[in-house]
Design a binder for this molecule. Sequence first.
Ligand code: C5P
Length: 216
Amino acid sequence: PAHRPLYGKHILITAGPTHEPIDPVRYIANRSSGRQGFAIAGWAAALGARVTLVAGPVALSTPTGVERIDVETAREMQQAVRDALPADVAVMVAAVADWRVDHAADSKMKKQNGQVPALQLTENPDILASLSADDRRPGLVIGFAAETDNVIAYAQDKRKRKGADWIVANDVSGDVMGGARNSVHIITAGGVESWEDLPKGEVAKRLVERIADELV
Ligand code: C5P
């Protein structure tokens, strides 16, 4: 029906940051709040989809009608995404940490007389790129790109490099990370759709409506 255009569709969404342990009490993280991804999940459910939301550590309540899977690290997020397949649409909004500590300590690292630990980092899996290359790739794969400079050009490059169908590019030179508003460009194979500065809830609603139009 017209008011539930995503009925029968499974939409898989990642949101929030990841935490990468250094030792049992410390971690590497970023400033993602998860608000944009949670808002998308809420609207997808409201428009009738079955929604799986794979969430990093955030302080947000689960939107109505959404199945939420909490994870901490990028590798846990990747596994949860695989476990949630098949899906019709994937919207990868999470700010996945690019690096993790290669060998996290099993016990708390102690401060010792002026010696500073050297953290050896290793690259995390790219969840979006690997999903795009998966045998069970969803028919519509959407990534996000937070950039401060050359927003559209970098996002167009990212769309191709990661094998996504769309990239939602946002200019984070202001206070988007953790903030309430977002200014986005939708990069598709066909071109660029630039939206005016909007509350994150409105970006989410329009994006989910745009997804529903695409699936018709
Ligand atoms: O960090 P980057 O700008 O490359 O992120 C672009 C897109 O890729 C986002 O949709 C993000 O969720 C996704 N990503 C991912 N796994 C990573 C890094 C980014 O799924 N390790």
